[in-house]
Design a binder for this molecule. Sequence first.
Ligand code: 1CP
Length: 401
Amino acid sequence: MATTPGTASTPDTSTAAAPRTPEDVPDAPTALRRLTASLGALPASHPLRAAGTADAPLLQALTGRTPSRRPVWFMRQAGRSLPEYRSLREGTAMLDACLDPAMAAEITLQPVRRHDVDAAIFFSDIVVPMRVAGVDVDIVPGRGPVLERPVRTGADVAALPELDDAALDPIREAVAATVAQLGATPLIGFAGAPFTVAAYMVEGGPSRDHLLPRTMMHADPAAWAGLAEWAARTSGAFLRAQVEAGASAVQLFDSWAGSLSLADYRAHVLEHSATALGAVADLPVPRIHFGTGTGELLAAMRDAGADAVGVDYRIPLAEANRRLGGRTVLQGNIDPALLTAPWEVLAQHVREVLRGGAQAPGHVVNLGHGVPPGTDPQVLTDLVALVHEQPPARPLAGTRA
Ligand code: 1CP
């Protein structure tokens, strides 16, 4: 379990509307202290120690330092918007591609070569740890993750297979092959947060309102807790394997947490997300926590043990910063819908996002959710150039280490 400020055991700050002073438990210097203090927990060959990723713009921003340029990357940058991805993937099922180390490494590198983004995101999926644990899950083209047998009762939960750490070896191999080619560009490892992972397991596939998992946490809280603990352990092991093999930061995706009330999030979800993030708390990597529709949950998601919070496109970054008391690094939040608007409309929006982000103790530029498959890749390349042309934002003086 994490021991940094902002774990499940910290006081409830989610309703703190009054702005807090930056000196009041700032997160970024804590992340910087962890980064420097626990470097020795990683092998000397790890990119944070051997390739200088600790001083890359992404890590500078995530730890409250002034970055040498504004870091930008895109959720779902690896994937269907790229013709080179579509041709490489041809004839290979999604999960087979994730478990083919050479292919996963190549797909991870494609957007870095093309767009000059400041980070690679490991090509994999939130259901990969479930699959290697032995759960019968597949990714159906055009639909998403589908389970042969949904997990709906205490008996279903008790029958779940435990992940054998050796089953993550193809992931370690893919990460090692990726970072060997990335040089000083950091790789972000990721995992699905317990609620989002469990939502697929209970529903048996994608859903809109996630009614079944939300019912389960009230109707059978013991079964829910067992399932969420399983998902937290499994996602935590997936995160840890990526970091040990070379990832320099991590992101926990709670994509569907926005369907929860704050009360349900705090009572039934937060501690499990804290367990997943806690799996890498003794390692020097900054932890980003992202969800969509989570305007009401931002402080709670920070309290789960995150160093930075990913904000979707529904609220301005200045407002997210206010809700977080001005002490937390933000990531986001260009509206993916504007990627197909006329360039000047998009550019104007991006400048607004940068202005909002500059108010936070650090800002990593990203979209408010993933790259839509139909996006023109050139727009992403131009967007990166536009962001890099702007002078780097200086973090608030009070939050610097
Ligand atoms: O055939 C294909 O190309 C399948 C499409 C696809 C891709 C490219 C899926 C199926 N997953 C992925 C890769 C992936 N998934 C990445 C790595 C690439 C990158 O980000 O650049 C990551 C980080 C994910 C994580 C993921 N999978 C999330 C969280 C992020 C998010 O977008 O919210 C979720 C919710 C999933 C489940 C999933 N996997 C695939 C799909 C289509 C979905 C969503 C299904 C749904 O709507 O419920």
